[in-house]
Design a protein around this ligand. Sequence first.
Ligand code: FNR
Length: 438
Amino acid sequence: MARLDTSRGFARGAQSAVYRAGIAGVRPAVPTTSAGLEAAARRRLGSEAYAYLAGGAGSEHTMAANVDAFGRWQVIPRVLRDVADRDLSIELLGRRRSSPLLLSPLGVMELAHPQSELAVARAAAALDVPYILSNQASRPMEEVTAEMGERARWFQLYWSSSDELNRSLIRRAEACGCEAIVITLDTHLLGWRTRDLDLAFLPFTHGQGIAQYTSDPVFAELVRDRVRRGTTGTSAPPVRVNAKSVAAAMGIARAGAGTELVRGGFADAMRSPLPRAAVETFLDVFSDPSLTWDRIAKVHEWTDLPVLLKGVLHPDDAERAIDAGMAGIVVSNHGGRQVDRSVPTIEALPEVAERAAGRVPVILDSGVRGGADVAIALSLGATAVGLGRPYAYGLAIAGATGVSEVIRNVIAEFDLTLGLSGHTSPGELGPHALRRAG
Ligand code: FNR
C-alpha cells in the first residue's frame, strides 16, 4: 500500500481505481455505505465479537442519536467557485496532517481479525492517518508501532488505580514514539452494555484485549504480588467446567504466554497461575472511578507530551481541561457505549468548540460514518474527526486492506463534499457551509 496523496483530486483517484477495476468485473470487497459495511462485517463475525463491536449501552438510543444528529445539519452546495485544486491537510498539535481524519482508539481488535491492531497500524501508516492506540489493545504497543515507521501514533490511556502502572504505560508510549497521550474519561465505570450482558461476554475475562497490561513490567509485578498473597481468584462462585470454560482458560494462557508474566510458551502458561491472576488483576485495577481533576494534573509530572482528554461533552469540562493544561479535547460519548440517552456528540460540539475558542484543538468522534459527516463536524468547529466502528468493520471484512479502503472512502467522500460545497480546504469550512434541517 503506497501512501495516498491527499492533496489535489484525492477523490478522483479513489473513484477511478474502483471504476477501472469494474471494467474487469471486479467490485470492491469492502462496501462503501456504512450500512453495507456493518452488514458485511456481521456476516464474518461470531455473535459475541459482533455484539462487542456493534453494541452500545442500554437501549442504544445514544448510538442511534449520534448518527441521527448529523441528519439535523445539511450541507449547502455552492457552484462556480474554482475548486479544482483542493488541499485536505490540517494543522494539529503543531504538525501538518494530510487529512482531518484520525483513527479513534478501539480495543480488542482480535475480535475483528487475527492481525488485530497490526493490520490497523499498517493501513493507518499507509494512508498517513494518525492512529490512537488503545489501552485495551490485543497487541502490545511496541509490536503495533513497529508496523508504522515514522507515521503518527498517539496513545490512549485508561487511568488505572495504580499510578505506577499509569506512569509505566506513558513511559512506554513515549519510547514507542507516540506524539500525544489521550486520556479517556468516560469509562471509569463500564457502561450497561446490553448485547454483551445478554451473551454474558466480556472479552477481558477471556484474556482478550489486555496485551498492554500483560506486556507491562509494573503490571506483571502487581500480578506476582497477587499470587504471592494467595488471592489469585475472586470471591465469586467457581466457573463451571465445560468446553467453553476450558477454551477460555486456554485463551487466557495464550494471552499470558511469552509476556512479562510468563517468559515461556503456551505450555508454561497453562501450568502457571499468573495468566488467570492477570485477568483478575486487570479487572481490579483497570479503572478508577474516584479520579478527579486534582489527581489527573499529575500526568504533567509524568510526561512532556501533549495530553488530550477524551469523553468531554460539557463546555465547562472543556474549560476546566484547558485550565488544567490539556493540549486538546476529544468530544466523544464512546460511540454510545457508556451512557444511554446521552447528548449526541455533534450536538455538543458547537458549544465546546465555542468555549475552546481556538485555544486547543477539538476532535470529534461518535457517529462519523462518511465524508459528509467529517465536513459537518469541521463546519461546526472540530479541528479533526475520529473514525471508529467503520474501520473495525473494514478490518473484519478484509484485514489491513479493509481498513485502508474504509479510510480511503471516507477521505474521498470528504474531498468531494468539500469541493461540491465550493471549498478548497478544511479551513474554509464554517457554519456558513451548513443549514439546520427544517
Ligand atoms: C471503543 N472505544 C474506545 N475508546 C477508548 O478510548 N479506548 C478503547 O479502548 C475503546 N475501545 C472501543 C472498542 C469498540 C469495539 C468500540 C466500538 C469503541 C470508543 C472509540 O474510541 C470511539 O469513541 C467510538 O468508537 C466512536 O463511536 P463510533 O463512531 O465508532 O460509533
